[in-house]
Design a protein around this ligand. Structure first.
Ligand code: SAM
Length: 239
């Protein structure tokens, strides 16, 4: 199992990922804007348009962090559980939700690989920029499938490496040289952002990840590339 450029024991990856997000929690939202030039907001809007949350639907937003995706879905009337392995990220989210006076949200510390929910609880499962941090992705996908109702939908947005001519070189330079520098300047934390860049490089390519979602039991799987595949929205159904 890899953590950044190092090979580590699986339990150690989970613990270190927790450490990374505890370090970045208080600066997380500012950093997203700095790193993506604000683009993450547009990708998140597009993602939620694809999920089409309906009033009173029960949605599990896994690796929900500080609530960006959950807030957008709760604004459309869905009942959203924000689940994350890291309580520091959730605490920032709880505070943001209070500031906004948002209803329809609950918060729960959970490991995506071992959810504490019974089978068939949710109408939709979302996970955005989270699954590449999970140690055993196949386990997390099977858990996603288990907690969905029949007819439920799975939506995942994740970074990827792109094959666009020229773009790949620029993107590699950006993620390996510039991202850690912004991390250092804004959050005084170069290492965490080095890990995040490397975790993007190591995440399976869209076709391989789609195969993994099918293996976990999802049907009618689909991949929608954004920015030439630098970001991709994956979806599937439990039928
Ligand atoms: N979804 C949010 C967003 O788009 O702003 C947060 C994304 S943040 C980059 C990744 C999140 O994944 C972190 O909050 C981290 O704690 C969480 N995470 C990492 N490993 C996890 C695991 N095994 N189970 C649940 N959450 C995990």
């Amino acid at each position: 199992v890899s953590f950044g450029y190092e090979d580590v024991a699986p339990e150690e990856k989970t613990a270190r990922v927790s450490g990374v997000f505890s370090n970045v929690a208080s600066k997380y939202d500012i950093m997203n804007d700095a790193m993506s030039g604000g683009m993450h907001r547009l990708w998140k809007d597009q993602f939620v348009r694809r999920v089409k949350p309906q009033p009173d639907e029960a949605i599990l937003d896994m690796a929900g962090g500080t609530g960006d995706i959950a807030f957008r879905m709760a604004e459309r009337g869905a009942e959203v559980v924000v689940a994350d392995i890291n309580q520091d990220m959730l605490d920032v989210g709880i505070e943001r939700a209070m500031d906004r006076g948002l209803d329809g949200l609950s918060w729960s510390q959970q490991n995506a690989e071992t959810l504490t929910y019974p089978d068939r609880q949710f109408d939709a499962y979302t996970i955005v920029f989270g699954i590449r941090n999970v140690t055993y992705i196949d386990k997390a996908l099977r858990e996603a499938h288990r907690v969905l109702k029949y007819g439920g939908r799975f939506y995942c947005m994740e970074f990827s490496t792109t094959e666009w001519g020229g773009f790949k070189e620029v993107y590699d330079l950006y993620s390996h040289k510039i991202m850690p520098q912004i991390g250092k300047a804004v959050a005084n934390d170069e290492e965490s952002y080095r890990y995040l860049a490397e975790s993007i490089r190591r995440f399976p390519k869209p076709a391989e990840f789609e195969r993994m979602t099918r293996e976990a039991g999802f049907a009618r799987t689909k991949v929608e590339p954004i920015l030439g595949g630098a970001v991709a929205i994956h979806s599937g159904w439990k039928i």
